[in-house]
Design a protein. Structure first.
Length: 53
């Protein structure tokens, strides 16, 4: 009984790891310049919101 639960847990962890790996690959597929543009827009939005408050 214990070996089945351990096996199920290992399979769940492996499935989760594969999902995270796919998400990382999709994230890395974005161009770096696009990521930097989003970061800059976020920073400017924070600064603008801070000036309004």
């Amino acid at each position: 009984m214990q070996s089945t639960t351990d096996r199920d847990r290992a399979e769940e962890l492996a499935h989760f790891a594969r999902q995270m790996d796919k998400r990382l690959e999709e994230h890395e597929a974005w161009p770096l310049s696009f990521q930097l543009l989003l970061l800059a827009l976020f920073v400017f939005a924070l600064i603008g919101f801070g000036l309004l408050v």
